[in-house]
Design a protein around this ligand. Structure first.
Ligand code: NDP
Ligand code: GDP
Length: 324
């Protein structure tokens, strides 16, 4: 029997890679999509004819109920969110409505229509924020440092609560930062690799960044979506940290990215207070031990250097295509 999956956030970075993976595995894939006046489907353009789209919004429960009815899913992947930490200070209420309450809306739709569907919630390392231990694991207490992180903590605990209250197969993946050529342009990694390509091709001559000493445990999104799927194939629902177990600074990212095209980042990067955060997270470093043991996860499938270089190569190609 063909398995059926419903993905919210299918137009985003992770949703698009997960759709690729599930289509490869022979799933029938349904994607919840927000109506926009001009559809932007860049990440899923190559597979859009293989996906059945359902119009809906995490803020609109009736559309979610309808989406679960239409798709009748075996698996639901709840990836939709206001996902940018920086914006969460400018739009804290919307962030709470979508990234926090939106999870309950989705859980309710599943509980009402298809309670035996397996549910994945996209939790985040931002929940650890001002970290209370290093490295962070599934048992590490949360101390979120942004409205985004606070909203994710709520969504995480609601997922645990529905598992315990209603015996639903609800699992939460606490994923550390993961990047790719499909990452949104405002995130620091993609901002850097896009700028490197434009500087190399003579289209811009500086890159304005915030805190160069910020540390992140950065992995490759394409590798991380495999863990989402694996979590829903286990005998029992559970929570897992997905991370590489290595941490690197924004400065190191710049060094490798500029170095890859024969440039020195110090000649181009300018620090701009505008890009500093109201509150920073200190040292995000995840322990992938449980995922290694239980999911057979390989945290070093793509190394940090390979990740930076593949993102630079992709942006160089894209920029060359744009300028013809
Ligand atoms: P993206 O920002 O690339 O994608 C977010 C998706 O959510 C988009 O498809 C967007 O649709 C959709 N969306 C936003 N608001 C709504 C809404 N109100 N109703 C329906 N859909 C909505 O995020 P990623 O793919 O990077 O991340 C996927 C999930 O994983 C997110 O929940 C994120 O917070 C979480 N996460 C991500 C990490 C990372 O490093 N990437 C780390 C840990 C957690 P549209 O195209 O219309 O804007
Ligand atoms: P986040 O971990 O989800 O917040 O991902 P980001 O890519 O937005 O930010 C990662 C880190 O890079 C944060 O600690 C930021 O403070 C830091 N950073 C430094 N300069 C910039 C910048 O210009 N833009 C962004 N987005 N982050 C920056």
């Amino acid at each position: 029997m063909t398995k059926r999956a419903l993905i919210t956030g299918i137009t985003g970075q992770d949703g698009s890679y997960l759709a690729d993976l599930l289509l490869e595995k022979g799933y029938k894939v349904y994607g919840l999509r927000r109506r926009t006046s001009v559809p932007i489907l860049e990440n899923i353009d190559h597979i859009k004819d293989q996906i059945e789209f359902i119009d809906g919004d995490l803020l609109d429960v009736s559309s979610l109920i309808q989406a679960v009815r239409i798709s009748n899913p075996d698996e639901v992947y709840n990836l939709a969110a206001q996902s940018f930490v920086g914006t969460s200070w400018d739009q804290p209420i919307l962030t709470g409505q979508v990234t926090a309450l939106g999870v309950t809306n989705m859980l309710e739709a599943v509980r009402i229509v298809k309670p035996d569907a397996r549910f994945y919630q996209a939790s985040s390392s931002e929940m650890f924020g001002k970290v209370v231990e290093v490295p962070q694991k599934e048992t590490t207490p949360f101390y979120p440092r942004s409205p985004y992180g606070v909203a994710k903590v709520y969504g995480h605990w609601m997922t645990v609560n529905y598992r315990e209250s209603f015996d639903m197969f609800a699992s939460s993946g606490i994923l550390f930062n993961h990047e790719s050529p499909r990452r949104g342009i405002e995130f620091v990694t993609r901002k850097i690799t896009n700028a490197v390509s434009r500087i190399k091709l003579g289209l811009q001559n500086e890159l304005r960044l915030g805190n160069l000493d910020a540390l992140r445990d950065w992995g490759y999104a394409k590798d991380y979506v495999e863990c989402m799927w694996l979590m829903l194939q286990q005998e029992k629902p559970d929570d897992y940290v997905i991370a590489t177990g290595e941490t690197h600074s924004v400065r190191e990212f710049c060094e490798i990215a500029f170095g890859h095209v024969g440039l020195n980042y110090e000649d181009y990067v300018v620090t701009d207070p505008k890009f500093f955060r109201a509150a920073e997270v200190d040292l995000l470093l995840g322990s992938p031990e449980k995922a290694v043991q239980k999911l057979g996860w390989n945290p070093q499938k793509t190394t940090f250097k390979q990740l930076v270089q593949l993102m630079v190569d992709s942006d160089l190609e894209k920029t060359k295509r744009i300028i013809g």
